[in-house]
Design a protein around this ligand. Sequence first.
Ligand SMILES: Cc1cc2nc3c(=O)[nH]c(=O)nc-3n(C[C@H](O)[C@H](O)[C@H](O)COP(=O)(O)OP(=O)(O)OC[C@H]3O[C@@H](n4cnc5c(N)ncnc54)[C@H](O)[C@@H]3O)c2cc1C
Length: 273
Amino acid sequence: MKKNNKTKKISIIGGGPAGLASAYFANNKGLKFELFEGNSEVGGNCKTIEYKNFKFDLGAHRFHDKNEYVTSLIKNLLNDDLRLVTTPSKIFYKGKMITFPIEFRNLLKKLDSKIILKILFENGKNIFNQNNINSFNDLVIKKYGSTISELFINNYSKKLWGKDTTLLSPKISGGRLKNLNIMSIIKIFSGKKHFEGFFYYPKNGFGMIFDKIKEEIQTNNIFLNSKITKIFHHNNKINALELNNTKKIEVDQLINSLPINFTANILEPKNTK
Ligand SMILES: Cc1cc2nc3c(=O)[nH]c(=O)nc-3n(C[C@H](O)[C@H](O)[C@H](O)COP(=O)(O)OP(=O)(O)OC[C@H]3O[C@@H](n4cnc5c(N)ncnc54)[C@H](O)[C@@H]3O)c2cc1C
């Protein structure tokens, strides 16, 4: 008998935000699913880890109110544990805390006058910059000038995306980089504060969102310490997975949240010709 979509099982690789969200919605719709997470905990890059009674996020994570539906879903899951934060984040630079997103008034107080003059000159010059924007690096230089880009944006973005910013698309900014041109500087002096507005942050760290999603799913179908080591395919269809270098599991439908290069490395057979 042929299985219909309701009786087919969905296998999900990865228990980070993408994989967990897939499991959450599959569960809500009453679909059969199983999730394989290679690590001992869910959350992926968005985990909060505890060390000597202190909690640390992996990376500086903030929950941006970008999608009404997603925001209301997370609010309902966390209730009062989701806090609204209106304070800007800070970058620790040479013993000083620099507000992020970058604010000119804050830079004035924290950087020495030589650097400030350089920043002012670059941003003044930028008014006439008609260069094409082909990379994220071009975009940040256009918006902030090369000094701010090098000091506060490029390093972080390279860490975030794993590639030099000259190789990244301008689209990765997601519209979140505001201009630091002369007009914005005037606006700041006229009393406008903090460029990025606000964000949400859970009481016990960003990872709380994903722990809560896992708790909400209430299932035995999330398998931790379960690394997918091979993805078998035949006739252009994925048909099985290998778990922890040993067990082979048949697959009906697959949601794969691994980066495409990781996926390519574990495809079996490797050569499809
Ligand atoms: C420094 C930094 C700051 C960031 N700041 C923000 C922010 O403020 N706001 C925001 O929304 N986003 C932010 N992000 C982006 C966010 O972290 C990612 O968008 C998110 O983690 C992507 O989720 P994912 O599930 O696709 O991947 P991941 O989080 O990478 O999860 C992948 C999961 O798959 C598991 N896995 C890997 N290989 C296997 C395998 N073979 N078998 C089984 N499981 C496997 C991993 O253990 C992991 O749990 C930031 C990222 C970084 C690095």
